[in-house]
Design a binder for this molecule. Sequence first.
Ligand SMILES: [Zn+2]
Ligand SMILES: [Zn+2]
Length: 305
Amino acid sequence: MYYILALLPLKVQQLLPAHCRGGIDLKLRFWGTRGSIPSPGPETVKYGGNTTCVELLLNDGTLILFDAGTGIRNFGAEYLKQNGNHQINLFLTHSHWDHIQGFPFFKPAYKDDVNINIYGCPPTYNKLHDILTNQMESRYFPVNFDELKSKIKFMPINEGSHPIGSATFSFIENNHPGTAYGFKVMEDRKHIIFITDNELTPPRDRATKWEQFVEFCSAADILVHDAQYLEDELKNNSGFGHSSYEQTVELGLEAGVKQLLFFHHNPGRTDNEIDVIVDTMQKKLEGRRTNMTISAAREGQEIII
Ligand SMILES: [Zn+2]
Ligand SMILES: [Zn+2]
């Protein structure tokens, strides 16, 4: 029966009581996987052109969203169509444009029966209201933030473990200009880690060391990690706050990750190029002692663990 339930659309599963969804644990869905700027077109159909937005549904039905890039627009439309549970927990990794620019187009924010908790890490937590308000100033957008009808609360995520719904959350500071945060979600024995906009080995201003990322990602069931550049490209983009595919693979191997997904795809990267890179990275694993799988996160992709 649970196998049949897993075939139902995510929003339909979400409406079922938790005991009816037993056996179905964490559910991840990608609504935007692209970095920097939306990149629609015939060459980005497979992996998608929308910027960062990832949905995570916990076993108790708690709904989590990571980031409000342009992918959040499609999520919002689907959420309203499926008459979702009217409680949205939005985690913002940081305030760079590609991670917040979808919020003004997030239709649930305009509904008076929707509650939205927006989570941020120190030190950006205190600035979240200003960040979202400023991008909706009349110079940039016709609707003011204060005109949104939903009940929006700004919530801090503190150091250590933070219970939300049936999971606990913790964060790590990324190496990224202006600061960004990666999140770990633990439910039962399942670990999902989402780290976008992170330069694993920056030339300077290192907030977090390689070994700390390895520890944070240790034995993760799923690691979604920034992989904007090839190693050759990184030489000319050092200090921009992003990692190479090669570094991301090494992190996954060293941390004993089960499933690695490349994320924050370079806006200029075509579907074919990503396919070739994934194939190349998979070949590099041959001869290494690992069961880790490698793929690139795809807009619309859903993973249930
Ligand atoms: Zn970004
Ligand atoms: Zn960024």
